[in-house]
Design a protein. Structure first.
Length: 408
């Protein structure tokens, strides 16, 4: 099964785990004490940039019957939607800028530019996902209820089509997330999943109406004779935003090294162990300043899961300190290129579409998920004893087991 004892898996003693938690608390305190003018300037400039791009896009699309202007307008609109979704809506809704006490840039007031209501997303994402990160049976974001992403989830015949379902999810990502969040809200409200007359459903359908009305009625009407090309530009920009958001999310949650956990681990979990779970259950991808910005700084997914409510523009400096802690405690700092991280996630999607009888590995020692038992298989020189294992190191232990076993 997935990890049941995170300290044992990490080859850390209780003293080590406590010290790691103290050092991460120190990082949080340092950033909170240093927040100020430059951070406020950053978010306000980002909002101005996003709105400027959208105004330029809308103006260009007024003449979008000319193909070059359609292309330019669509590129500008796509960039605007990506920035609004990734760096603004996602991070503002996490409360990263609530400390400014600006009612226009606050998690309670910001409504994002996609079909799902922000209120339902915040409940499903900020609470369920970020508190129960990668706990099988508690975190619904493990596969979003559609994909089998760990061998801890029993195989079903429907999983055979998950490579195709994955493509549909990528193309319609905002719709998939919206439906996922609606189901989570209904569950919280004690409403049946097929009940359409609930308050949650009413909020959901009102938001869909407003969003579709804006993109496919209001702005095309304002474009006059260019209404048809404006419709196609809006649809294309939404598609690009969906594909990019899907890619970023999957690269941060499903490559090899993003571990899964059991309810048993959570039941006795301390705050330092919560930190450790975020570190072991997330993955980064390497990005320069532009790609980091366009990803909402979620190329630093490890840092985001450790500190989801700290300003995203600080993740680059936080990452240096977190990586140093991983080196100090001999923990893996899971990262790689964007292409490599997505390839690993895609491999898992296709591999776990098959019944377990076609797979050689188990949920204790598979590339995409493992447990503390992976270090005690027959013939290994590794040990599950925390003291001895701490000297060997988790990174070395993982490297040795990967060399010893096939990747299937």
């Amino acid at each position: 099964m997935a990890i049941t004892d995170i300290a044992q898996f990490a080859h850390l003693t209780d003293v080590d785990v406590k010290a790691l938690g103290d050092e991460l608390d120190s990082i949080r305190s340092d950033v909170e004490d240093d927040r100020g003018v430059r951070d406020a300037r950053y978010i306000r400039r980002t909002i101005a940039l996003q709105r400027g791009l959208e105004v330029c896009a809308r103006a260009t699309l007024l003449c979008s019957r000319r193909r070059p202007l359609w292309l330019l307008g669509t590129v500008l609109l796509s960039a605007s939607k990506v920035i609004e979704n990734m760096e603004l809506a996602h991070n503002i809704s996490h409360g990263q800028w609530d400390w400014m006490n600006d009612p226009e840039i606050h998690s309670n007031t910001w409504e994002w530019d996609q079909v799902g209501p922000s209120s339902q997303w915040k409940r499903a994402h900020n609470y369920t996902h970020h508190i129960y990160t990668n706990i099988v049976g508690m975190d619904d974001d493990i596969g979003f209820g559609i994909l089998r992403m760990t061998r801890d989830v029993p195989w079903r015949p429907a999983n055979l089509i998950q490579p195709f379902a994955n493509i549909i999810l990528a193309v319609t990502f905002e719709w998939g997330i919206a439906r996922h969040d609606l189901d989570a809200q209904k569950k919280l409200d004690g409403v049946g999943p097929h009940e359409r007359g609930s308050q949650a459903s009413a909020v959901f359908y009102r938001k869909i109406g407003r969003q579709l009305g804006k993109d496919f009625v209001l702005f095309p009407a304002l474009a006059g004779r260019s209404w048809r090309t404006t419709v196609t530009a809006n649809a294309t920009a939404n598609l690009i935003r969906n594909l990019w958001a899907y890619l970023v999310i999957f690269c941060g949650h499903f490559p090899d090294g993003a571990e899964k956990f059991t309810v048993k681990q959570y039941e006795t979990e301390t705050k330092p162990e919560w930190y450790l779970r975020q570190m072991l259950g997330s993955a980064n991808f390497r990005a320069g300043p532009l790609m980091a910005f366009m990803s909402g700084n979620l190329c630093y997914q490890i840092e985001h899961h450790l500190f989801p409510d700290l300003p995203s523009n600080r993740y680059v400096e936080i990452a240096q300190r977190v990586e140093a802690l991983c080196d100090k405690y001999d923990l893996p700092y899971t990262t790689g290129s964007l292409g490599r991280q997505y390839w690993l996630a895609l491999r898992t999607i296709h591999k776990l579409a098959l019944p377990d009888r076609f797979l050689d590995r188990t949920s204790d020692d598979a590339p995409e998920t493992s447990s503390e038992r992976r270090f005690s298989f027959t013939g290994s020189h590794l040990t599950t004893d925390a003291g001895e294992g701490r000297r060997h190191g988790l990174r070395s232990a993982l490297r040795d087991t990967r060399q010893a076993r096939s990747p299937r």
